[in-house]
Design a protein around this ligand. Structure first.
Ligand code: M6R
Length: 351
């Protein structure tokens, strides 16, 4: 059942600390400063192609960035496009799928196998078709997800891919990273306990459209925030790379279009995103900033959704939790059938 929550989605959002504890269990060796994957034999791919759809594609984009940072060439592809024209060159093809039954993702990994590639499944579902068909499999261990909107499984995919990037890149992992990973469940709990997302969501009901912007690791988070909002609230929501605004989307920005900007850390990506925030504000758009407070972003925000201070890769998990709650509360205020949005199915088994 829903354990007292009004919707499975809200229950699953609140299950994230437990799901992430489960995901991390046995995989972070604090003393040895090492990441471990019991179920995987040693892999040393020269490059990675991550294939996925929907929310899982956003996790794949996030994962690909982390692999690249770790020194392993990696790209994320929409599974439905990859299957049609697989890029040349040898790669370990990683199918990322909650259900392990998504037709698009299966088509992509099958095409890859047909071309002689090795495949790895990153999935939530033991015994799923993807798990059975790939050469290697690792589980995100999120537990069953009932809501059509993927929530805890996105966090599980992000975390599993972050662990995989560390595991593949080096024999040892530095203390800060280990600490950030280990405190992820309690940091998510802190977001859940203190989020002001309900009041913020309610203050923007009736907006013409909602735009989500971010750079670097905040970019896939922005895409995911927009997908979640459109899927369950039926409001028009789009995610853009913050740097892309001036190349077109800025024409859509008005007083009627709140901009939700995710700003992580205080590096170059954060500084440039602050400039983009100023630009949308100059056009009269209300700005909601999701941030750890390390940059100047708060100063330009109408509302701030705060996340605990963390490393950028874990902060991206925390920021997404705020956006999940924002989407949920918007949809709840509009009285939408949150767990079963119109026209959508939990598992998409036809391409
Ligand atoms: O089971 P999968 O992760 O392969 O599913 C992929 C997408 O269909 C799925 O993420 C979809 O976008 C969700 N409804 C998003 O909330």
């Amino acid at each position: 059942g829903k354990s007292g929550y009004e919707h499975f989605m809200l229950k699953e959002i609140h299950e994230q600390p437990r799901a992430l504890r489960q995901c991390l269990r046995g995989r972070v060796d604090e003393l040895g400063g090492r990441i471990e994957f019991e179920e995987l034999s040693r892999l040393s791919p020269e490059r990675l192609h991550l294939v996925a759809a929907g929310t899982s594609y956003h996790a794949a984009l996030y994962g690909a960035s982390l692999f690249r940072v770790a020194g392993i060439p990696a790209d994320a592809y929409h599974a439905h496009e990859y299957a049609l024209s697989p890029p040349p060159g040898e790669a370990l093809v990683v199918g990322v799928s909650q259900s392990g039954e998504t037709a698009d993702t299966l088509a992509a990994t099958r095409a890859a196998r047909g071309a002689g590639a090795e495949t790895l499944a990153v999935t939530n579902t033991v015994g799923s078709t993807l798990a059975r068909e790939c050469d290697h499999v690792c589980y995100i261990r999120s537990g069953p997800e009932i809501g059509v909107a993927a929530t805890k499984t996105f966090a599980g995919q992000q975390t599993t891919l972050a662990l995989l990037a560390e595991w593949l890149a080096a024999d040892t992992t530095d203390r800060e990273t280990i600490a950030a990973l280990r405190s992820l469940p309690s940091d998510v709990q802190a977001v859940l306990d203190n989020s002001r997302s309900e009041a913020v969501a309610e203050s923007y009901l009736g907006s013409e459209a909602y735009f989500f912007i971010g750079r670097g690791l905040a970019y896939p988070v922005s895409l995911e925030g927009a997908l979640k909002l459109k899927e369950i609230s039926y409001e028009h929501a789009e995610g853009f790379p913050a740097g892309g605004l001036k190349h077109g989307p800025l024409a859509l920005v008005t007083e009627q279009t709140p901009v939700l900007a995710t700003v992580l850390g205080d590096g170059e990506a954060a500084r440039k995103t602050v400039n983009n925030i100023k630009e949308v504000q100059a056009r009269g758009a209300p700005v909601v900033v999701v941030t750890d407070g390390r940059s100047e972003a708060d100063r330009y925000a109408d509302h701030v959704l705060r996340i605990p201070d963390s490393e950028e890769r874990t902060a991206a998990v925390l920021a997404n939790v705020q956006l999940q709650l924002f989407a949920y509360h918007t949809a709840a205020a509009l009285g939408r059938p949150i767990d079963k949005p119109r026209n959508l199915a939990k598992s998409v088994t036809v391409e």
